[in-house]
Design a protein around this ligand. Structure first.
Ligand code: ASP
Ligand code: MG
Length: 407
C-alpha cells in the first residue's frame, strides 16, 4: 500500500468536533488504499497559552524547561486523535517524538532533526494501525525533549515523509494552498497550482506563513512532493515540486510581507578589520539568525552597522549587542521593531534582468522609502516602514503578477 504522511495543524484539531472530522478524513484516506502516518500540532492557541504560563513566572524561561512545557501541547492532540480513530473502529497508535525517536540537535526551541528511526512506526503500520505522531518535538542525544521552533510540525511531517520514503506529504491547513500574495492584504492574489521548492523557501523565509521554512528545505533535499491543501474542502491545493523549465517563464511567482523582524543598528563604529566578526560572533553563538546586514562607511572612518533578527529574538540580540557595543567603541545602539520586509520571488529572475529596478520604481511612485535591500538569485527584499507594508504588497502584486508583468 502506498504510504502517505498527512499533517493537520492547530486549527484542524482545535476542538473535539474538529478532531472527529480529522478522524473521518483519515479513515476515508485509509479506505482509498493508503497507509497513513499522521502528524498533528497542538490544539489551536495551546502553544501560546503554555508560553504565556511560563512567562507569568519569568520573562526568559529556561530553554530546556520551556521545551518540556511546549511539547505537552502535541501530546494532548495525538492522544485525542488516536482515541477518536479508535472510537470510529480504526486501529491507531500515538507516538511522541522520543518514542519514534526523532533525533535532533540540542538547540532548544529551534532544534534540527538529524535522523528518524522508522522501526516502531513501520511496525505499527504493519499491524494495520494509523501512526499518529506528535509534531514539533524531538529528543537530543541526552534524552532531553526538544522543540523545532514555531510551526515546526510541518517539518516533522516532511521529515517523516523523507525518512519513511512516503509517496507524498499532505499538509492540511486553514488556507487553500500557496497564494501569489496574502489574499487578506491583496484581493487579486491567486492560488498557485505548483511552485518550486526554491521559490517556496524564499517565500517562507520572507513571511508567507503557509509552511515552516525548514520543512521546505527538507522537502527539497529529499525531493518529497508536498501537497499543501485545505482542511475544509477537497479542492486540490498547491504542489511543491522540483523546478520545472516552464516555471522560469514567470518572472515573479509571489510577493511576501514579513513583519516579524526587528532592526538593530550599531552607531558609528570605527571601521576596522575584525569588527563584524566581533559583533556577529556572539549573536551566532546564541543561535540567533541574522537576516539582512548593511554597513555604511563614512568619511571619518566610522560606520553604521545595521542588521535584522527575528522579532522573537530581539531582546536577546539587543542584550548581546549592548554588551559588544562598548568593546567595539560604538557610539550607541538603536532598535526598531516597526518595520516590514517586502519580497518578490521568482525563478524567472535567474534569466531576466530589471526586476529590482522595476520594484524600486513601483515603490518610489507611492513615495515609499526603502531602508535596506537584499537580493538572492531568485528574490529581492526591501525593508520599509511597517505602516506601508500592505500598500507595498498590493502595488507590487499589481505590477508583477496582476498584469503578468514583463520588464
Ligand atoms: N504547536 C506548535 C506551534 O504552535 C507547532 C505547530 O503548530 O506546528 O508553533
Ligand atoms: Mg502551525
Amino acid at each position: 500500500m502506498p504510504l502517505l504522511v498527512q499533517k493537520y495543524g492547530g486549527t484542524s484539531v482545535g476542538s473535539i468536533d474538529r478532531i472527529q472530522q480529522v478522524a473521518r478524513k483519515i479513515i476515508a484516506s485509509r479506505l482509498a488504499g493508503h497507509e497513513l502516518v499522521v502528524v498533528v500540532s497542538a490544539m489551536a492557541g495551546e502553544t501560546n497559552r503554555l508560553l504565556a504560563l511560563a512567562h507569568e513566572i519569568t520573562e526568559m524561561p529556561d530553554e530546556r524547561e520551556k521545551d518540556v512545557l511546549l511539547a505537552s501541547g502535541e501530546q494532548v492532540s495525538v492522544a485525542l486523535l488516536t482515541l477518536a480513530l479508535q472510537a470510529s473502529g480504526q486501529a491507531a497508535r500515538s507516538f511522541l517524538g522520543h518514542q519514534v525517536r526523532i533525533a535532533t540537535d540540542n538547540a532548544y526551541g529551534k532544534a534540527r532533526i538529524l535522523s528518524i528511526d522508522s522501526t516502531k512506526v513501520l511496525r505499527a503500520l504493519d499491524a494495520g494501525e494509523v501512526a499518529v505522531v506528535a509534531g514539533f518535538q524531538g529528543v537530543d542525544e541526552n534524552d532531553n525533549i526538544t522543540t523545532l521552533g514555531r510551526g515546526g510540525s510541518d517539518t516533522s511531517a516532511v521529515a517523516l515523509a523523507a525518512f519513511l520514503n512516503a509517496q507524498a506529504c499532505e499538509i492540511y491547513t486553514d488556507v487553500e494552498g500557496v497564494f501569489t500574495a496574502d489574499p487578506g492584504i491583496c484581493p487579486g492574489a491567486r492560488k498557485l497550482a505548483r511552485i518550486s521548492y526554491e521559490e517556496m523557501i524564499e517565500l517562507a523565509s520572507t513571511g508567507a506563513k503557509v509552511l515552516e521554512i525548514r520543512s521546505v528545505e527538507f522537502a527539497k533535499i529529499f525531493s518529497v512532493p508536498v501537497h499543501v491543501r485545505s482542511n475544509f474542502s477537497d479542492v486540490p491545493g498547491t504542489w511543491l515540486v522540483s523546478e520545472e523549465e516552464s516555471m522560469s517563464d514567470v518572472l515573479v511567482s509571489g510577493v511576501a510581507c514579513d513583519k516579524n523582524e526587528a532592526k538593530i543598528t550599531l552607531l558609528r563604529v570605527p571601521d576596522r578589520p575584525g569588527l563584524a566578526a566581533q559583533v556577529f560572533g556572539p549573536i551566532a553563538a546564541a543561535h540567533i539568525v541574522v537576516d539582512m546586514i548593511i554597513q555604511n562607511a563614512s568619511d571619518d572612518g566610522t560606520t553604521d552597522l545595521t542588521f535584522t533578527v527575528p522579532k522573537a529574538d530581539h531582546k536577546k540580540a539587543l542584550a548581546i549587542v549592548e554588551k559588544t557595543a562598548p568593546a567595539v567603541n560604538a557610539q550607541g545602539v538603536r532598535l526598531d521593531t516597526d518595520m516590514a520586509k517586502i519580497s518578490v520571488v521568482g525563478v524567472g529572475m535567474r534569466t531576466h534582468a530589471g526586476v529590482a529596478a522595476k520594484m524600486f520604481e513601483v515603490l518610489a511612485r507611492e513615495g515609499i522609502n526603502i531602508e535596506m535591500i537584499s537580493t538572492s538569485e531568485i528574490k529581492i527584499s526591501v525593508v520599509i516602514d511597517a505602516k506601508y507594508a500592505e500598500l507595498a504588497v498590493r502595488v507590487l502584486h499589481e505590477a508583477f503578477i496582476g498584469k503578468q508583468g514583463t520588464v
